[in-house]
Design a protein around this ligand. Structure first.
Ligand code: FPP
Length: 238
């Protein structure tokens, strides 16, 4: 018998804030000889299942990367398709109010289609008092862009150079007031952060897997959380 005791689910500690890079939709579609758009549709379904599951197990914060500031370089048809899926999701949010999920969008929304911006605002307003999972959807989001945006805010507020602090930068990010992600998941066999939450992830644990996002199951999330429980987090201490 092993001398190491396996942690039972009851003892399992949940991360406070999980951030996921929903990667591999295109490759998932290609493997099936389907258009990339089918991959994004399947990825959207996985996203909904995982968000619902995170809410069910009592996770406090989940942030997903839906569209980066770099994704505009994709063919127009693909960009339009992702925006269409996103819009359909926003239109649908009114149907799951009873799930008690608090929605927030992070990123520069000012360049998005006005109707999408309106729906985003409405979903945020409608779920403002929800007490379950706080779900951030990163859309037209880039970590460097976010830091530049924060620095501009600080400079505009008239703060003296010597008074600028790390806390001040944190407070001017889109995620202001939220705990930093402590666990970042990237499926699809890529080992990069891709400009995602680069300030907030300074002390996060990372979990990588070859699974393509549309194939990612709640059991995979459970496995990842089990691995998180085996990590020894020292935050620069000993
Ligand atoms: C990355 O996979 C995925 C994206 C850039 C889009 C993610 C969008 C969704 C899951 C749907 C919309 C989201 C919501 C919140 C409803 P990829 O296309 O880069 O995959 P590849 O690397 O295999 O080509």
């Amino acid at each position: 018998m092993s001398i190491f005791k396996k942690k039972q689910p009851a003892e399992r500690v949940l991360p406070t804030h999980i951030a996921i890079i929903m990667d591999g939709n295109g490759r998932w579609a290609k493997k099936r000889a389907l258009p990339r758009t089918a991959g994004h549709a399947a990825g959207s379904k996985t996203f909904k299942d995982i968000a619902r599951y995170c809410n069910k197990i009592g996770l406090k914060y989940l942030t997903v990367y839906a569209f980066s500031t770099e994704n505009w370089k994709r063919p127009q048809e693909e960009v339009n398709n992702i925006m269409k899926i996103f819009k359909e999701y926003l239109e649908d949010t009114k149907n799951f109010k009873d799930e008690n999920i608090k929605l927030q969008f992070i990123g520069d929304r000012t360049v998005l289609d006005p109707e999408i911006q309106r729906l985003m605002q409405q979903s945020e307003d409608d779920s403002r008092n929800a007490t379950g999972l706080h779900l951030n959807i990163a859309i037209n989001y880039g970590g460097r862009d976010e830091i530049v945006h924060a620095v501009k805010n600080i400079v505009n507020s008239g703060v003296g150079v010597d008074d600028i602090t790390e806390d001040m930068i944190s407070q001017n990010l889109y995620t202001t007031g939220q705990p930093d992600p402590d666990f970042i998941i990237r499926p699809s066999g890529e080992y990069r952060l891709s400009n995602y939450l680069i300030w907030q992830s300074a002390y996060a644990e990372y979990w990588f897997s070859d699974i393509l996002w549309p194939d990612f199951k709640t059991s995979d999330l459970d496995r990842a959380i089990d691995d998180f429980n085996k990590r020894n987090r020292r935050f620069g201490g000993v």
